[in-house]
Design a protein around this ligand. Structure first.
Ligand code: MLT
Length: 397
């Protein structure tokens, strides 16, 4: 028997989205004619913005010439992209130097990898429900005990439910690291400026680090809601922020994201060291495509797609509410977090919706114990599919 990492045996079942795909595939095998509508995984469906395509095409052409060819790029990302990103932060009053931006192949990897910089006995806090990557990567690293039911020993869970307005309370015990996500995946809730300030002050007083996942910031509609934790005074010392082009610009299949690690953070030099050792940079054409997201046409085209998805979210939320279902989120983020009928167990509801309506969503329990009795519907779908899905969902409620 090879000497394997024993922590992997603590992981519960499969990763959530492959499990959903497995159940859907099994259903389709038994019901080959069924026409499934997918509102489960948050995967974009609209084509890439033209400005992005044009920039990538041009970059590929450049690479095919002796003058324009490039080999390995800087691991941290090309200056042109890091500068464009820094300028974006400046628009919201957050001063970020381009050298504090680390371009990557997406936020799933970044949020999963960042925990490598913490000590083996670092105490980790996550909200419940939570994006499973934060939990599973800490389990793999050995920072937890066994799973007891759906919670891992040693992790600190901060419940976010309708009862507390989906706002996590400060931990009651000492923790070293907390993962916060706003707009939240899966609940769709957003953190206000005052709430973020409370967290930043808490981190400063307790020598803790906030890992702030802002992958959905482009979907914020309320002008009072911060898009970055670095809009909050004091955050530069205690926070790291993850951002992505996936949902913002339709890059789920293109792959590009970035982490902001301010120079004041003890993790700046460490992340740079790690990045240079384990990563060889994002391809030049992709970085040119990402840069085009911030051009005037790129902005307009991305916003048109975001508006389209947010109109889907409105339709889902309002249709469900009209049917007497409690539907949360969907106003500043692309996910609607509905309560299941009679708080039916969420995997039951998943199976019933799949069987009776041929609609795929995401069971709340897959995001943590406090997600039980909830169900997530993603707004990343074509309008006609959202409308058809809602007609079908009505029959199942
Ligand atoms: C989701 O559906 O939660 C997202 O697609 C996950 C991700 O972005 O990795």
């Amino acid at each position: 028997m090879p000497c394997v990492n024993p922590n992997y045996s603590k992981l519960q079942a499969g990763y959530l989205f492959p499990e959903i795909a497995r159940r859907t595939a099994a259903f389709l095998k038994e019901n080959p004619g069924a026409e499934i509508i997918r509102m489960g995984i948050g995967d974009v469906v609209l084509p890439l913005p033209q400005a992005v395509c044009e920039a990538m095409k041009k970059a590929v052409e450049e690479m095919g010439t002796p003058e324009g060819f490039r080999g390995y790029g800087p691991e941290q990302g090309y200056g042109f992209l890091r500068e464009a990103i820094a300028a974006e932060f400046a628009l919201r009053g957050a001063e970020i130097d381009p050298s504090e931006i680390f371009v990557s192949d997406g936020s799933k990897c970044d949020t999963g990898n960042f925990q490598e910089l913490f000590g083996a006995d670092a105490k980790i806090a996550v909200t419940d429900p939570v994006y499973p990557v934060y939990v599973d990567t800490n389990v793999m690293a050995g920072r937890t005990g066994e799973a007891n039911g759906v919670a891992y020993e040693g992790l600190v869970y901060l419940p976010t439910t309708a009862e507390n307005g989906f706002a996590p309370e400060l931990p009651k015990e000492r923790v070293d690291v907390v993962y916060l996500c706003s707009p939240n995946n899966p609940t769709g809730a957003v953190m206000t400026r005052a709430q973020l300030k409370t967290w930043v002050d808490w981190a400063a007083e307790n020598d803790a680090t906030i890992l702030f996942d802002a992958a959905y910031e482009a979907f914020i509609r309320d002008p009072e809601i911060p898009h970055s934790i670095f809009e909050i005074e004091g955050a530069r010392k205690v926070a790291v922020e993850f951002r992505s082009f996936s949902k913002h610009a339709g890059f789920t299949g293109v792959r590009c994201g970035y982490v902001v690690v301010p120079k004041e953070s003890p993790f700046h030099a460490m992340w740079n060291r790690r990045h240079c050792t384990k990563f060889n940079g994002v391809s030049y054409p992709v970085q040119r495509g990402a840069e085009a997201v911030f051009s005037p046409e790129g902005r307009r085209q991305c916003m048109a797609n975001i508006d389209y998805y947010m109109e889907n979210a409105r339709l889902v939320r309002e249709t469900l509410s009209g049917l007497g279902v409690k539907a949360h989120g969907g106003e500043n983020g692309p996910y609607v977090w509905m309560e299941t009928p009679g708080r039916e167990p969420s995997w039951n509801f998943f199976d019933r919706l799949l069987r009776e309506a041929n609609v795929v969503g995401t069971p709340g329990a897959g995001f943590g114990a406090c997600g039980e009795g909830y169900f997530r519907l993603s707004a990343f779908a074509l309008r006609e599919n959202v409308e058809r899905a809602l007609e079908r969902v009505k029959r199942v409620l």
